[in-house]
Design a binder for this molecule. Structure first.
Ligand code: HEC
Length: 165
């Protein structure tokens, strides 16, 4: 069951990739996938991210954000992070994380990659980092695959910003 589902998802992802790249390469490649409505519909839910895949850099500032939705998305982080000051779990406290210097929470044992990154966690940087943490910061020990949907990510970052004291 699970395996079948995964294969289905992989096939859809491949389709999405095909249609996203179609415009740039052979115009014909995308056409058959696009005419197959059943297959094209699930891929349509990828539309905000597809804009990013198109090569255009998606700017955090271009999103209208929903803080309440972002709070729900923060559920993805709760297994490892809390927002309380000085409370470190698997990951460091995210208290006042927006505007904070990377690797600066006292008492947390960071990887060299995070500690030495020189990054300041602005909203824009968080927006980029959370898409694919390991790509943004090679060597980080944050075991999180990232949030691919740019709108979800923007909402989450807006929520984090709203918790700043
Ligand atoms: C599986 C556990 C886990 C999950 C889930 C997780 N993180 Fe992390 N996170 C970590 C760890 C571990 C680190 C420390 C990384 C290092 O030192 O390399 C970290 C580091 C960070 C940092 C850098 C903090 C600093 O002080 O420099 C930010 C920002 C962050 N996480 C945000 C998030 C957000 C937002 C989410 C949810 C979308 C999330 N993380 C989900 C484990 C996790």
């Amino acid at each position: 069951m699970k395996r079948n589902f995964l294969m289905g998802a992989a096939a859809l992802a491949a389709l999405a990739t095909l249609s996203a790249c179609g415009g740039k390469q052979a115009d014909d490649t995308a056409a058959p996938a696009a005419t197959d409505t059943a297959a094209a519909t699930p891929a349509m839910t990828e539309t905000p991210a597809a804009a990013a895949a198109d090569g255009a850099k998606v700017e955090y500032a271009s999103f209208t954000t929903d803080v309440a939705a972002g709070e729900k998305t923060f559920a993805l982080c709760r297994s490892c992070h809390v927002l309380d000051e000085g409370v470190n779990r698997v990951g460091p406290s995210l208290y006042n994380v927006v505007g904070r210097q990377a690797g600066s929470v006292a008492g947390y044992s960071y990887s060299d990659a995070n500690k030495g990154s020189g990054v300041t966690w602005t909203e824009e940087v968080l927006f980029e980092y959370l898409e694919d943490p390991k790509a943004f910061m090679p060597g980080t020990k944050m075991a999180f695959p990232g949030i691919k949907d740019a709108q979800d990510r923007a909402n989450l970052v807006a929520y984090l910003a709203s918790t700043k004291k």
